[in-house]
Design a protein around this ligand. Structure first.
Ligand SMILES: [Zn+2]
Length: 79
C-alpha cells in the first residue's frame, strides 16, 4: 500500500473552483460567482469555493424568527 502524499495547498490541484451554491466553475481568484452572484471564498480540498458566512443576514434572520415565535405565543397561547 502506497500512502498518497498530503496535499498542502488545494489550489495546486485545481485551476478552477466550483461555486458551492450553483456549481458554476469559477476562477481561483474570483470572490463572487458569475452565475448566482453569491460571494465565495478560497478553494477547499474538495475543489469547492468556501461559503462566506453572512453574520448580518444570520442575525436579522434569527431576530425575525424570534419575533415570529413571540407573536405566535402571544396570539395563540397567552391567556
Ligand atoms: Zn454560483
Amino acid at each position: 500500500m502506497v500512502k498518497s502524499k498530503k496535499v498542502a495547498d488545494a489550489s495546486l490541484l485545481y485551476s478552477l473552483k466550483k461555486c458551492p451554491y450553483c456549481h458554476n466553475m469559477l476562477k481561483l481568484d474570483a470572490n463572487r460567482c458569475d452565475g448566482c452572484k453569491n460571494r465565495v471564498g478560497a478553494i477547499n480540498k474538495a475543489g469547492f469555493a468556501q461559503k462566506l458566512i453572512n453574520w448580518k443576514a444570520y442575525t436579522v434572520s434569527a431576530l425575525a424568527w424570534g419575533a415570529f415565535f413571540v407573536y405566535i405565543w402571544w396570539a395563540f397561547f397567552k391567556e
